[in-house]
Design a protein around this ligand. Structure first.
Ligand SMILES: [Fe+2]
Ligand SMILES: [Fe+2]
Length: 243
């Protein structure tokens, strides 16, 4: 048995639907193995794996890996911090958003007559995905390479720009919460709907931690050295920077 967190302990006898709801990203793994997690979500993982000739041990291992544990960031060098941000956040956002968009489109189509349906969520997430990819590319292609070389007096300009874009991400997260009843599915929601909201909640937490790490840990290292022009004085907490 694997202990994902205090509330969810899983093993081969756990129902497929339970994984889908409790482990964001599990649905993408099930889709890869053609395991039905919605209508067939009541059967055990063992039974579902046997049906599809999937090795149960490697499947359990992959599910355990999805539950990533944040490491302490304080003692990392700027270069180590950047590598951590790239693998823990940039890659994970890129993996998760397309699956969330697919699930949102499905929920909107199947439950279009339900008054609780998050109307327009799929296209909202498509825009969010496009904005996030554009932002991450700027960091990956411009800002992070400068930082990896030790920075220069002009580094505060792209830092300031990234801080402004983080404010926009914060506003997007506020809209997402409004659109999804704060990621709380309605009573009786199907497994896909519940998995979608669990995944969005994870995305929301990840994005806030991602922005926090850049705004409050990585960027100040360079601002201290080259000047503090990019500091966020918005008075808003929506960027997750806490200023
Ligand atoms: Fe980033
Ligand atoms: Fe960023």
């Amino acid at each position: 048995m694997l202990n994902v967190d205090e509330k969810f302990v899983f093993g081969p006898s756990t129902a497929v639907g339970e994984f889908a709801v409790n482990i964001p990203g599990a649905t993408a793994l099930f889709r890869k193995h053609k395991i039905d997690f919605c209508c067939g979500g009541h059967i055990s993982l063992q039974e579902a794996a046997d049906k599809k000739n999937v090795n149960i041990d490697s499947l359990l291992l992959d599910l355990a890996k999805l539950e990533r544990i944040d490491e302490s960031e304080q003692d990392k060098s700027p270069s180590e911090l950047i590598d951590y941000i790239l693998t823990r956040y940039h890659e994970v956002h890129r993996e998760q958003l397309p699956e969330l968009i697919r699930m949102a489109a499905r929920v909107e189509a199947v439950h279009k007559d339900n008054s609780n349906v998050p109307k327009g969520l799929a296209s909202f997430l498509e825009n969010m995905d496009a904005d996030l990819i554009c932002h991450m590319k700027k960091e990956e292609n411009v800002l992070f390479p400068i930082m990896k070389q030790g920075g220069n007096p002009f580094v505060t300009q792209p830092i300031g720009m990234m801080r402004l874009e983080h404010l926009d991400h914060g506003k997007t997260l506020e809209e997402l919460s409004k659109l999804t009843n704060d990621c709380v599915p309605p009573i009786g929601a199907c497994n896909t709907w519940r998995a979608l909201y669990a995944g969005l909640d994870q995305l929301r937490n990840d994005l806030m931690n991602h922005i926090h790490l850049e705004n409050n840990v990585l960027f100040p290292i360079f601002e201290k050295e080259y000047g503090d022009v990019g500091e966020c004085h918005s008075g808003s907490t929506s960027c997750g920077c806490g200023h």
